[in-house]
Write a protein that binds this ligand. Structure first.
Ligand SMILES: [Zn+2]
Length: 115
């Protein structure tokens, strides 16, 4: 399952940071999963909940933001919102070749306790 491997990556990332920065416990974790990332947020949440026991994330509150997809329109010189890769520019109806954002999975914020 795609979301389970993503959840493992997130936990790995946090555990690596815990070793590096010397914290033991995470109070809150904020993730950003772009609307175009192809990730089922509920499934990711479920996968995280199933693997965090025993890790420094065991007590953490996990927030997941889902920023919309965006693309860059060259004629309009503007970044426009999109809901899928086939969308055209809402300003000029032209093709959007350069995809600007919304497909990321990012660790945005981590609130840690070192007791
Ligand atoms: Zn345009």
């Amino acid at each position: 399952m795609h979301e389970l491997s993503l959840a493992c990556e997130v936990v790995d990332m946090v555990e690596t940071a815990a070793v590096r920065d010397g914290f033991r416990r995470v109070g809150q974790l904020r993730l950003e999963v772009g609307a175009l990332a192809g990730v089922e947020v509920d499934a990711l949440r479920f996968a995280l909940a199933s693997i965090v026991p025993g890790t420094c994330l065991a007590q953490a509150r996990i927030d997941i933001d889902t920023p919309p997809g965006t693309a860059w329109c060259i004629p309009c010189a503007a970044e426009v919102p999109i809901t899928g890769y086939q969308d055209t520019c809402p300003g000029c109806d032209g093709p959007l070749t350069r995809h600007a954002g919304g497909d990321q999975l990012r660790l945005v914020d981590l609130l840690v306790h070192d007791d």
